[in-house]
Write a protein that binds this ligand. Sequence first.
Ligand SMILES: Cc1cc2nc3c(=O)[nH]c(=O)nc-3n(C[C@H](O)[C@H](O)[C@H](O)COP(=O)(O)OP(=O)(O)OC[C@H]3O[C@@H](n4cnc5c(N)ncnc54)[C@H](O)[C@@H]3O)c2cc1C
Length: 425
Amino acid sequence: MNMQTKSTPRENGGAGHAVVVGAGIIGAATALNLQRRGFEVTIIDALPPGEGASFGNAGIAARCAIVPVPVPGILKKLPAMLLDPMGPLSMDFLHVARNAKWFIDYLRHGRASEVERIAAELFKLTDGSIDEHLELARDTGGAPWVTESDYLYIYPKRSDFEAEAFAWDIRRRHGIEHVEVGQAELREMEPDLAANFTFAVRLPQHGFALDPAKLVKGLVETFQKRGGRLLQAKAQAFEFGAEGAHSLITEAGTIAFDRLVIAAGAWSTTLTKQLGARIPLISERGYHIQFRDSGIRQNHPMMVTSGKYVATPMADGLRLAGIVEFKPMSAPPDPRLTERLKRHARLLFPSAELENAETWMGHRPSLPDSLPVIGAVPGHPNVFLAFGHQHIGLSTGPRTGRLVAQLVAGEQVNEDLSAFRVDRF
Ligand SMILES: Cc1cc2nc3c(=O)[nH]c(=O)nc-3n(C[C@H](O)[C@H](O)[C@H](O)COP(=O)(O)OP(=O)(O)OC[C@H]3O[C@@H](n4cnc5c(N)ncnc54)[C@H](O)[C@@H]3O)c2cc1C
């Protein structure tokens, strides 16, 4: 099929034909925002919408998630984390050695001044996350799948919270309000929680997706109802003219575009390297296990800091999501890591029924400075990138989609986006 039927509404007074590669939360939010600006929009994804990282995440719209993983002292903690049979980290050392430059850069960004800078940049994307979600989903099929809620960070003891003073101080200075919750109040809030969690902090102005995949599918369904096209095909290469790339070659034919957005998550660089952009993207693999009939009551989503995973009361059951595994993208999932999450579930909710479980592994798209790329590709002014949202793409998707659509439409953007520049590496 040759799809070079470039109907260019620009010729008819419209904004032009915009193609978005990737139907995850970033691509879906971008496409809806472009559509609102008068573009004729085609989304291309090799899979049905919301089947990448956006399928299985913990679903938190986390305004608070501005402190990156590498922080001062991380290097010293690495060996213990790796040896801990309940730890949050797993590494294939050959893979790490092959990507040594990425890892050295990643750890280098863990010094205090860099963490401060990164947090300030990430806050531009996370602030107002739940409001942005509600606004994006309003009047769409995504609306039933997103809800406001307080978010809890739970700890065995108050001293465990105090040990994270560095991160909480950064959050506090960005105006991220947190309320301390003592043992008795925590019992009241979460009666099924194990008794050895005696302290928590409660974060207002948060929320979560009751089913992140259905949220994305609902957004894309409405995009289609509003006249958007969804093409299920793999984007493979480009056709170039004097002014740069103008058409995308896909398994289903060639598609001409006026503007292109690459929002293909952890797979994005297979396309961007053909444009001469050097972007050090890797996958931080993550896992979930979801229990359909756990029988427990969970009133709030929780970050369980002792295991560095999140427990979310999804529409279809209790989901524990977490683990960072550095391994090639093509390697099969490691069942020992979902087993680890299952053991955590037992410690978190001792009375839970854990038989009916589904497991999942997905790819967080991660750059060494923990910031995404958002902007035009040098030499290809009509091609824009929106990927690399690592652990917080669900939180930052709606804002990113709006910012990218503004850039694509040539509108004035009030935020300084220079930290997300494509050519910063
Ligand atoms: C265990 C875990 C828990 C998480 N928890 C949270 C959380 O609570 N809150 C939060 O904010 N974030 C969380 N995240 C991170 C979040 O899931 C990601 O940052 C986010 O989903 C990335 O979205 P995306 O649209 O960039 O990528 P994806 O959802 O991966 O979408 C990319 C899409 O591009 C398509 N694609 C790729 N290449 C091509 C091609 N060549 N042609 C056509 N299509 C292509 C893929 O099929 C895919 O559908 C978590 C991640 C994991 C793994």
